[in-house]
Write a protein that binds this ligand. Structure first.
Ligand code: CAO
Length: 426
């Protein structure tokens, strides 16, 4: 079956997480992604957090599926020649170097355009233009600067970062959408364009409900926040709201049976207004259906601690899965707190391709997250990440059409590093 991005060729100059997330997604949709790596070194994550000695780390393998790897020293004149030849053959150049690094390689926007006016140049940076434009940025910096950390955690605790990589992977997703939009526009304009996604902006985009609340503060307390019911005054900035729901339907994380031993024996419970009467029946408080202190959402807001306390006495008598089964029968929105172990063992996620077991020649089989976006006419087959420089020769010959003599000349210049890694029989 064909793929959505068949025929699109990506020159992938990305490293670490944000950029690779983007190009992996494009590869899953069928683009030919050519990952350019520094000879002998490669993407720094190949060697970071290594769990199997001598093999590419999971950090690398889980972000670089379905790509080809070519090693090129971009600072070697012959290497630059290869890069420029690739720019002419590719549709998109994606990079997430530190600010200015691409220009220092000589690959300015103007130069890339002169080589290939149809080329789209897509970049992730930590910040957009402004006072911090030159800063190097990693995930947690973006979470802090994008408003996530100041609004995550407990009101009386320090700001917290979240485990979801909203700065890196989140911005990679934003960038991928920008690239696909630019490819679509190119259909009519015939021109490439620059696509920029700043990690601060990406995080802020995902935190927009907190900017909403910041503005609501000017008109009174945030009544759905627990602190309102606790009688604690609001300051002039949105406070951390622990596990309060970020929407108009109050929700909390509640203990379930076994919580004393199991740190994940909890359930998220949402007191959605349309199912309030069912909630009252399930937890054994039918009187709350008509009691004016509980019957209407506005009346419940100052009493959320009491209400969730009562619901918790019900959930604590059930496992999180028992509670979920009962609540789902009544259409009461809820979700078990799943550990990564439980997720990794959930065969239904493998059945949909959300989780995939991938064979690998040097590290053995590993689990990775498959494409979370399912296209009916463009199914994703996850292919293991490439070894460093695995496709160098193949790309020189097949994509650039170089003959043996040309390949040997470039190899001899040192621009490609050593001969590529050999792969044991797979
Ligand atoms: N051949 C020769 N040189 C190469 C090369 C190649 N194939 N690939 C990269 N390099 C060089 C770059 O040209 C750069 O050299 P100069 O500084 O001399 O110009 C150098 O490698 C280092 O690049 P870098 O500054 O991007 O890397 P770093 O490890 O110092 O910083 C990071 C990493 C992530 C902080 C920085 O790249 C960054 O801020 N990126 C933008 C934001 C971002 O994506 N952050 C997310 C990181 S996690 O996803």
């Amino acid at each position: 079956m064909s793929k959505a991005l068949d025929g699109v060729r990506i020159l992938d100059f990305t490293h670490v997480q944000s950029g690779p997330t983007c190009t992996q997604l494009l590869a899953w949709f069928g683009a030919d992604v050519i990952k350019v790596e520094r000879p002998g070194v490669g993407d720094i994550t190949r060697g970071q957090l290594q769990d199997v000695k001598g093999a590419d780390s999971l950090y690398f393998t889980m972000l670089n599926s379905n790509k080809r790897s070519i090693t090129i020293d971009s600072k070697n004149p012959k290497g630059k020649e290869v890069l420029e030849a690739l720019i002419k053959q590719c549709d998109v150049l994606v990079e997430n170097f530190a600010p200015g690094a691409l220009d220092r390689m000589g690959l300015t926007w103007a130069h890339v355009q002169s080589l290939n006016p149809r080329m789209i140049v897509a970049s992730v940076k930590g910040f957009g233009p402004g006072p911090y434009a030159d800063c190097k940025v990693y995930e947690n910096v973006a979470q802090c600067a994008g408003g996530a950390a100041s609004t995550t955690g407990f009101r009386d605790g320090i700001p917290l970062v979240t485990g979801a990589q909203i700065g890196d992977s989140g911005t990679g997703l934003h960038l991928a959408l920008g690239i696909v939009a630019a490819l679509f526009q190119r259909e009519t304009t015939g021109r490439g364009q620059k696509v920029d996604a700043a990690m601060q902006d990406g995080v802020l985009n995902l935190c927009r409900v907190k900017l909403r609340d910041q503005q609501r503060l000017a008109h009174g307390p945030l009544k759905e926040y627990s602190q309102f019911g606790e009688g604690i005054e609001f300051g002039d900035a949105v406070p951390r709201a622990a596990n309060d729901s970020g929407g108009g339907q109050p929700g909390r994380i509640l203990k379930c049976k076994g919580w004393e031993q199991d740190g994940n024996a909890y359930i998220y419970f949402i007191t959605q207004a349309p199912v309030w009467e069912k909630i009252c029946d399930v937890i054994g408080e039918p009187g709350w259906k008509t009691d004016p202190d509980y019957a209407k959402p506005a009346a419940r807001l100052p009493r959320l601690n009491e209400i969730f306390g009562r619901i918790e006495s019900w959930t604590m008598a059930k496992t999180k899965f028992e509670a979920m089964q009962i609540l789902n029968e009544y259409d009461i929105p809820c979700g078990p707190i799943l550990s990564m172990k439980e997720i990794a063992e959930d065969e239904s996620l493998y059945a949909t391709g959300t989780l995939v077991r991938v064979p690998h020649p040097t590290r053995g089989e590993y689990i990775t997250v498959g494409n979370p976006i399912k296209l009916s006419d463009s199914p994703t087959e996850v292919v293991r990440s490439p070894l460093l420089g695995e496709h160098t020769q193949e790309i020189l010959r097949d994509v650039l059409g170089f003959n043996d003599a040309k390949v040997d000349e470039i190899q001899a210049s040192g621009a490609l590093g050593d001969a590529p890694q050999r792969i044991a029989a797979e």
